[in-house]
Design a protein around this ligand. Structure first.
Ligand SMILES: *Cc1c(COP(=O)(O)O)cnc(C)c1O
Length: 244
């Protein structure tokens, strides 16, 4: 597809997604600017990220460290002056902390104390050698079903993990993230997440972000207080089964 066609296609789907978010906000009595749109660009090329940046998006997310690393570098070469913040939203192994600390502005998938320690060390190191300029924003990923197989800590572990993050210099606790359980009722899951967020903010008022809602369930997430929807398919189209 030519770049101009792709640009027109992305502009159209961006308009539709913004419309959905606006309508969901209105239905919930919220202002549209309370909900940030995070473009999940996994499996799509850096050229698409560049077009989305041209269309005014500034927040981008990836779920695999290795794919992200190359794409961020490519995007930066394509649009050196663009304002962009990169979010890691996928399960992260501790041995990737060093690398993720070089490119990520936010890690949304923090779900264990050992990962907090690894990210703290990696961020301190990256700051020291000039590979990054700012502390790392982090969200605690919460699992809303019984399993932690798709990542996320148990709801009862959020508080201890949050305390650990705030004791780690160079990490900044910003809030919570969750994925609605497969086959479950998103309204039930996002209502639970909202309660977890409220509890967290009692001890950590600065941790107000609620990253929830994807292409299929963003309306439900916005109704339950999401401050950041993570949209892939509805923005960029269907993904192939494996990443390039
Ligand atoms: C892929 C992904 C998304 C986006 O999902 P879509 O259904 O394509 O909008 C959101 N969050 C996470 C953690 C993801 O891995």
């Amino acid at each position: 597809m030519s770049e101009e066609l792709r640009r027109a296609e992305l502009a159209e789907s961006l308009r539709e997604v913004r419309d959905r978010v606006d309508r969901a906000c209105r239905a919930a009595g919220r202002e549209p600017d309370e909900v940030e749109l995070l473009a999940v660009t996994k499996t799509f090329p850096a050229s698409d990220v560049a077009l989305l940046a041209d269309l005014g998006l500034t927040e981008f997310a990836e779920n695999r460290e290795q794919e992200a690393r190359g794409k961020v570098a490519e995007f930066t070469a394509l649009r050196p002056a663009a304002e962009a913040r990169w979010h890691m939203v996928g399960q992260l192994q501790r041995n990737k902390a060093r690398s993720v600390a070089r490119w990520a502005d936010v890690v949304e998938s923090v779900d264990s104390e050992r990962l907090v320690e690894a990210l703290g060390r990696a961020t301190a190191n990256a700051l020291e050698v000039g590979e990054r300029e700012r502390p790392l924003d982090v969200l605690v990923q919460v699992s809303l079903d019984e399993s932690t197989g798709r990542g996320g800590c148990r709801p009862e572990d959020v508080s201890a993990l949050a305390d650990k993050i705030t004791r780690t210099s160079d990490l900044r606790l910003r809030g919570v993230m969750a994925v609605a359980p497969l086959g479950g009722e998103p309204d039930v899951a996002f209502a639970t997440l909202s309660e977890i967020s409220e509890r967290l903010r009692r001890d950590h008022p600065e941790a107000g972000e609620v990253s929830a809602g994807m292409s299929g369930d963003l309306e439900s997430a916005v109704a339950h207080g999401s401050t950041r929807v993570r949209v892939g398919t509805a923005l960029l189209g269907g993904r192939r089964l494996t990443s390039p």
